[in-house]
Design a protein around this ligand. Structure first.
Ligand code: CA
Length: 482
C-alpha cells in the first residue's frame, strides 16, 4: 500500500434521504483521481431509524434489506445500493472498510425481566442498590428478517448492562446479574470499568455471543466483499474478543484483511497497552496526535510546535497508526468535540499527508462539507494529495527545532525520480529554515508547490536550501520541472 490514503466517507449531519450509497458510487472515479486508495464507509447496519447515523445499531444482518424499524433502507440507502457502491469502488482499486459496531444493540423488539443492580456512573464497580428485578429492552427476534442469514435471538443474558427500566421509567446504569455475569475484563479503566457505553451492552464473555459475532463478521465481509473494518468503540469491548474476532475474519478473508480500531484515549500509554493486549493485530487511530493538533490550533503561536509529534501513536508505533485531523465524533456538536481550528487544518493535512509514517485518513467534512457548509479546504487537500503521490517518498529528516517553525525533508527515492520535498509550517511569523535535501541535489531549483510563496530556492553545494514559510501557514517545496 504505497502512500495509501484513507477517506472517512461521512460526517454526522448527512441528509437522511437514503441517497448516500448512490452518491458514493458516483464519486468512486473522482476519489481515485484525487488519490484516495480506501474508504471507511458509515455504519451500514439497520439502526433505530432512518435518522440514525448507524451507531444506534439494531440488526447486524440488516444492511437495508428488511422492513424493520419502519424502513427497509438505512439512512444511506438499500443493501443493493451499498453493494453497487462497493463494486464501483473496487473497479477503481479503492478498498472498502466497514464500520463494525459491536459494543451494543439498540431498539429491542420487546422487554424482558431480569435481576440487575444499579451502579455509580462514575465508578461502575460500585453498586448503588441490591439486586432487584427490572424490565429492560433486551429481547431481539427481528420479526422483519424472519431468521434469514442467522436465527440467533438475543436475550437479557447476552448483555452485561442496560440503561432503562421500563417498569418504573427510571434511567440508570444497570449491571445485569446472573451466574458468572459481570462487566468485561480487558476494557478501559475509566469510570472504574468502561465496559458500558450505551444501549444494551453486549456480553463478550458469553460463548453464544462470541460464536454469533464471529459468524457475523465472516458473513458481512463475504456478503459485501469487504477489504477491512473500522472497529467502533473498542475500549468498551473485551480486548481478547477483538483479537479472536479478527483472527476468525482473517481466516476467512485472508491475513491482509485490514483493521483499524477506535480507541479514543489521549494517553499514549493506554494505546500502547491495548496494542500489546491484542498482539498488534489492529491499527489504531492516532488520537494523541489529533489532540496535539487540536491544542496547537487553539493556542496559536503560544503552542510549542516542537511538541507536535510528542507521544503521538505514529511516533511510538508508526506501522500501526492511522493519522487523522478530525472525524464525525470530534466535529462541532459531536460527543467528543475537539475540532481542529480551520486555520490549522492545511498544516495538519500537510503533516499527515506528507510525512513518511502513518496511514493518513482524510475526513469527509474537511474535504466536502459539514451539513450545508462547504469546506474551504478541498483545494489544499487536493494539492497535498498530489504532492503525496508525486513527491512524498524516501526517508524523512526532521526539523522540529523551533517553537514556531518546524518541518521535515523527504529525501525522495530511486523509483520516483525527482521526488522528495521540504515541508514547513509556522504558527507564528513568516519564517525560513535552512534544510538539507542532499548534496547530490546541489544546483537544483525548487519552488513552493501550494503557491503560497512565489520565490524559488537554489540548492547550494552542500545540499542546503533556505526554505520560506508564511506565518500561520504551510509550505511544500519541491524540485522544479520534475
Ligand atoms: Ca461493552
Amino acid at each position: 500500500m504505497k502512500n495509501g490514503v484513507m477517506m472517512q466517507y461521512f460526517e454526522w449531519n448527512l441528509p437522511e434521504d437514503g441517497n448516500f450509497w448512490k452518491q458514493l458510487k458516483e464519486d468512486a472515479k473522482h476519489l481515485q483521481e484525487i488519490g484516495i486508495t480506501s474508504v471507511w464507509i458509515p455504519p451500514a447496519c439497520k439502526g433505530t431509524g432512518t435518522n440514525d447515523v448507524g451507531y444506534g445499531i439494531y440488526d447486524l444482518y440488516d444492511l437495508g434489506e428488511f422492513d424493520q424499524k419502519d424502513t427497509v433502507r438505512t439512512k444511506y440507502g438499500t443493501k443493493e445500493e451499498l453493494k453497487e457502491a462497493i463494486e464501483e469502488l473496487h473497479k477503481y482499486d479503492i478498498s472498502v472498510y466497514f464500520d463494525a459496531v459491536m459494543n451494543h444493540k439498540a431498539g429491542a423488539d420487546y422487554t424482558e425481566k431480569f435481576l440487575a443492580i444499579e451502579v455509580d456512573p462514575n465508578n461502575r464497580d460500585a453498586p448503588k442498590s441490591e439486586p432487584y428485578e427490572i424490565e429492560g429492552w433486551t429481547g431481539f427476534n427481528f420479526p422483519g428478517r424472519k431468521g434469514k442469514y442467522s436465527d440467533f435471538e438475543w436475550h437479557w443474558f447476552h448483555f452485561t448492562g442496560t440503561d432503562f427500566n421500563q417498569a418504573n421509567g427510571k434511567t440508570a446504569i444497570y449491571e445485569i446479574q446472573g451466574e458468572g455475569k459481570s462487566w468485561a475484563d480487558g476494557v478501559d479503566g475509566e469510570n472504574g470499568n468502561y465496559d458500558y457505553l450505551m444501549y444494551a451492552d453486549i456480553d463478550f464473555d458469553h460463548p453464544e455471543v462470541v460464536k454469533e459475532m464471529k459468524k457475523w463478521g465472516k458473513w458481512v465481509a463475504n456478503e459485501l466483499n469487504l477489504d477491512g473494518m473500522r472497529l467502533d468503540a473498542i475500549k468498551h469491548i473485551n480486548d481478547q474478543y477483538i483479537k479472536e474476532f479478527l483472527d476468525a475474519v482473517r481466516e476467512e478473508r485472508g491475513q491482509e484483511f485490514y483493521a483499524v480500531g477506535e480507541y479514543w484515549k489521549k494517553d499514549i500509554n493506554d494505546l500502547n497497552e491495548y496494542l500489546a493486549a491484542v498482539k498488534y493485530k489492529t491499527d489504531l487511530f492516532d488520537v494523541p496526535l489529533h489532540y496535539n493538533m487540536y491544542s496547537a490550533s487553539k493556542k496559536g503561536r503560544d503552542y510549542d510546535m516542537q511538541k507536535l509529534m510528542t507521544d503521538a501513536l505514529v511516533t511510538h508505533h508508526p506501522e500501526l497508526s492511522v493519522t487523522f485531523v478530525d472525524n464525525h465524533d470530534s466535529q462541532w456538536g459531536s460527543s467528543l468535540e475537539s475540532q481542529v481550528e480551520s486555520w490549522f487544518k492545511p498544516l495538519a493535512y500537510g503533516l499527515i499527508l506528507l510525512m513518511k509514517e502513518g496511514y493518513p485518513c482524510v475526513f469527509y467534512g474537511d474535504y466536502y462539507r459539514i451539513g450545508d457548509n462547504e469546506s474551504p479546504h478541498s483545494l489544499i487537500i487536493n494539492m497535498l494529495l498530489e504532492a503525496r503521490h508525486t513527491y512524498a517518498y524516501g526517508d524523512q529528516h526532521d526539523y522540529f527545532d523551533h517553537p514556531n517553525t518546524v518541518g521535515f525533508v523527504r529525501t525522495g527515492d530511486k523509483e520516483h525520480p525527482g521526488s522528495g520535498l521540504a515541508f514547513l509550517m509556522s504558527n507564528g511569523e513568516d519564517g525560513s529554515k535552512v534544510m538539507n535535501v542532499g548534496k547530490e541535489r546541489s544546483g537544483e531549483v525548487w519552488y513552493e508547490f501550494t503557491g503560497n510563496i512565489k520565490d524559488e530556492v537554489t540548492i547550494d553545494d552542500e545540499g542546503n536550501g533556505e526554505f520560506m514559510v508564511e506565518g500561520g501557514n504551510l509550505a511544500v517545496w519541491v524540485k522544479k520541472d520534475k
